[in-house]
Ligand binder design. Sequence first.
Ligand code: IMP
Ligand code: MG
Length: 173
Amino acid sequence: MSATPHVFISASEIQKRIQELGAQIDADYAGSGPIYLIAILKGACIFMSDLARAMKTPARLEFMGISSYGKGKTSSGQVKVTKDLDVSIEGFDVIIVEDIVDSGVTLSYLMQLLEQRKPKSLRIATLLDKPERRMRPVEVAYCGFKIPDEFVVGYGLDYAEDYRNLGDVCILG
Ligand code: IMP
Ligand code: MG
């Protein structure tokens, strides 16, 4: 691998923003809970673990696996559930936690799928959003950072499974 990661959003900026998102979620869900946080594997795990601790509202942590991308940087355009929930979300507040919304294909599919399971409410939290790339409309309730159309890695995001454990969000240059 020849590319060098350059810091685009630093670990401290990320942590500061996540504290704000946690406070926003607490304000929106005041007096309710537990909220099901559903992280989309694998990229969103790191964001979910920090977001869950930035909020005071009781949360339950769940995971779903969705494949929409191959091993490279381009979308296959296909969405498949590779790991489903093993709990019922009926009647619960649910927040889908994603690392990045790009084309919106993954999340528009997932919103439709989870709506059918009758949650009390269903929202999306994403660390990053690339609005320029949107092909399907997706309503994002909690967004860390809107970014331009650059391929980023780190803080959970990978390129061919590498770079997920960088603390900063980086651009490969
Ligand atoms: P979407 O269905 O096109 O919105 O795809 C979202 C998924 O694509 C994310 O969960 C990531 O796994 C992947 N992805 C999109 N953009 C990037 C990027 O810049 N870096 C790493 N992964 C990305
Ligand atoms: Mg992902």
